[in-house]
Design a protein around this ligand. Structure first.
Ligand SMILES: [Zn+2]
Length: 288
């Protein structure tokens, strides 16, 4: 028989994630997997959201002896009173943060628009501490509708009420989205890197859209700044995208804390209507 998570439909999985608060219902850890409840279950007809829960590997192994049906029901009833949040796995000392189009060998990096932190990633020097993620999620109108503050999904109650936001963690990969197929942040983590596989944010009329294949595009009106194959070593880099830059009346890119000897090849301005190049990024747009 196919694995449970491959067999149940996406809408059912989403309902289960919302019901369980986006983490193992017992220890609140990620990654998790889908599991039947109550135990024992009776085949595919029990693949309904009512009969499914999220459990991590470790808690899964302890059922049904430690975690009986009654205990699991108590955890399910307590989900709304459990502090939201998640914890990512420990990491090696040699670490990279890989944005679409930009690899940064460093333990801290963020993307800001007009000074506002859109995504911030920090890895502490303690290999036992989790990766710390802070992010602001915006809707298409550019309004902030949900936030993660140091791994705490602060609007999680709003998520439940609006039945809108969805956070999915499976194995080492996390996907944050407003609805199915509408991905705002797609992250995977290994012991040597955290990779942002996909991101899509809009703030103050500037959209930051990126994926592994096409790199990062910062779009304002019909002009775009494309960033691809850029690498920074041993610097904690913040990319700050201003909406009122002096260069071509377009987006100002401020790379904070970046030593002057590091290059910025791989960045260019495009006309998004026909993908033609309208300019290279020159030194004046960088503020060191
Ligand atoms: Zn658990």
């Amino acid at each position: 028989m196919r694995k449970l998570r491959d067999r149940i439909s996406e809408p059912v999985k989403r309902t289960v994630r919302q019901k369980c608060g986006y983490a193992c219902i017992i220890c609140r850890q990620i990654p998790y997997d889908y599991d039947h409840w109550p135990h024992p279950y009776s085949g595919p007809e029990s693949d309904r959201a009512d009969n499914l829960i999220l459990l991590c590997d470790s808690c899964h192994r302890k059922r049904p002896s430690t975690y009986s049906n009654i205990i699991i029901k108590q955890f399910l009833n307590n989900i709304s009173r459990t502090p939201p949040g998640f914890s990512l796995a420990a990491t090696q000392s040699n670490f990279s943060i890989v944005w679409p189009g930009v690899t940064i060998q460093s333990r801290q990096s963020d993307i800001r628009i007009g000074g506002k932190e859109i995504v911030n990633i920090q890895v502490t020097d303690n290999p036992l501490e989790p990766v710390i993620i802070t992010a602001s999620f915006t809707n298409r109108a550019g309004h902030i509708v949900s936030e993660i503050t140091r791994n705490e999904q602060s609007h999680i109650l709003k998520i439940f009420r609006d039945n809108v936001w969805d956070v999915q963690w499976l194995s080492n990969r996390g996907i944050f989205r407003q609805k199915l197929g509408d991905v705002y942040l797609d992250i995977s983590l290994s012991s040597s890197e955290i990779k942002i596989r996909r991101l899509c944010f809009c703030y103050k009329g500037i959209a930051a859209i990126g994926d592994e294949r096409r790199g990062l595009r910062i779009i304002k009106g019909y002009q775009a700044l494309e960033i691809n194959d850029v690498e920074f070593n041993n610097v904690n880099t913040a990319i700050d995208l201003e909406g009122s830059g002096e260069y071509r009346d377009f987006i100002n890119v401020n790379l904070w804390r970046l030593p002057a000897n590091q290059t910025h090849r791989g960045m260019r301005y495009l006309d998004v209507r026909n993908s033609s190049v309208i300019g290279d990024v020159g030194d004046p747009v960088f503020v060191f």
